[in-house]
Design a protein around this ligand. Structure first.
Ligand code: COA
Length: 379
């Protein structure tokens, strides 16, 4: 054993670590799932084998969430919004009214977790309770910041109808509910995206489902993940007209900016979620008047991106057509990321269940690129 006053052993240079490393873990297989398959090369997305386009046309968010949690397809499955514990309302009231809705939602989920007895392993009941709580919490925050009282959930309404009712105090018309429900289906699950990976890492430590979802919301808050649809609206407002599109887009790219709603880490083909939402947007009764502009600008953007990046296919992603759907159902752009998070609850919580069912602590390795071992300076 080395004595405290004996000289330290001579530092030996660590052998070079030449194991493969992929920045951003791009292309790395980091797990297995039976929940969803994102086929980026062919632009296809399935949930437990079912095509996303079919689920949007014939399913509901409640049925899709239940499918993800249990593997069973029950088109009659119901999922109303859930109650908000009084202490969570107190926490929401304590937030500044200027708080970002994503911060409020993340805080609400964390506070909800503190009011529950969330035992390990996580259960379908926990997943259902959290997924139905969060829309009520987001709606309550919106009302509190407007100086209004939160509205109690109506158990006779579905999750999306209930969310819209608790936001506005008015029953939503069926077309509006249906459009937002389609958006929720499309947003429910998407493989090992950054927020889902976060939820799985947290679960792998045997932490609880509320911690996993609070962490996932924090991850989704970043504009590269969940912040794009509101920026799509801003970008289209700046473009202004189809005639101006070519010049505006080229100048933005020359400034090194990214076109919001384009590009994806996995998809090299047209994002099938964008295709499904474009149909929903075009069929909406109250579609925003800039939808026609969005469709025309998309063509110009795709042409310029193909010209500038001939080696990396940059296509339209889900956020581009999420923007007109969310605006068309009457949500303000600052609510877009949090609404996306509500939709993704089904997928996050299904991944929590899947991780827990066959758990191994997720703890990858890192290549050290700092200075070689050395002595502290004397004095
Ligand atoms: N507009 C312009 N250029 C883009 C672009 C976009 N939307 N997305 C990627 N690129 C360019 C990058 O600048 C990069 O160019 P370079 O090689 O000359 O530096 C190249 O394409 C590869 O980009 P990279 O950052 O490696 O791609 P990624 O896989 O890390 O990025 C996104 C994926 C989604 C983060 C990225 O496409 C993006 O920022 N899109 C805009 C934001 C958005 O719509 N997010 C919602 C995603 S669902």
């Amino acid at each position: 054993m080395t004595q405290p006053d004996s000289p330290a052993p001579a530092a030996t240079a660590a052998p070079a670590d030449d194991r493969p490393y992929s920045p951003g873990l791009e292309g790395v297989l980091a797990g297995e799932t039976a929940l969803g398959r994102v086929d980026g090369a062919n632009g296809r997305l399935i949930y437990r084998g079912y095509r996303i386009g079919d689920l949007v046309e014939r399913g509901s968010y409640a049925a899709v969430a239940n499918l993800l949690w249990t593997g069973e397809w029950d088109p009659r499955h119901r999922l109303p919004t859930g109650p908000i514990p009084g202490r969570v309302i107190d926490v929401l009231r304590a937030l500044p009214t200027s708080a970002k809705p994503m911060d409020a939602l993340r805080t609400a989920v964390s506070a909800w977790g503190a009011t529950q007895d969330l035992l390990w392993p996580p259960t379908v009941e926990q997943a259902r309770a959290l997924t139905s709580f969060s829309p009520s919490a987001l709606a309550a925050f919106v009302r509190i910041r407007e100086g209004k009282a939160p509205i109690e959930p109506d158990p006779s309404l579905g999750l999306v109808e209930g969310f819209l009712y608790q936001l506005t105090g008015q029953p939503a018309d069926p077309g509006t509910s249906r459009a937002l429900d389609a958006y929720f289906i499309v947003g429910a699950e998407h493989g090992f995206n950054a927020s889902t990976f976060t939820a799985r890492v947290i679960t792998s430590t045997r932490s609880d489902i509320a911690s996993a979802v609070a962490g996932a919301i924090g991850t989704m808050k970043g504009p590269l993940h969940g912040g794009a649809p509101s920026e799509v609206v801003d970008q289209l407002a700046q473009v202004g007209s189809v005639e101006h599109a070519e010049q505006w887009l080229r100048e933005a790219l020359d400034r090194g900016e990214r076109l919001m709603g384009f590009g994806h880490r996995v998809y090299r083909a047209y994002d099938p979620r964008a295709a499904a939402l474009r149909k929903v947007a075009e069929a909406m009764e109250h579609r925003p008047d800039w939808l026609e502009l969005a469709i025309a600008v998309e063509d110009v953007a795709l042409r310029i991106l193909a010209e500038k990046h001939p080696d990396r296919a940059l296509k339209t992603n889900v956020e581009y057509y999420a923007a007109p759907v969310l605006q068309g159902v009457g949500l303000s752009p600052d609510l877009f990321p949090a609404t996306f998070s509500l939709a993704r609850h089904a997928g996050w919580t299904a991944h929590v269940l899947e991780q827990a069912a066959d758990n191994r602590l997720i703890r990858p390795d890192v290549r050290y690129i700092g200075p070689a071992e050395r002595d502290l300076p004397v004095g």
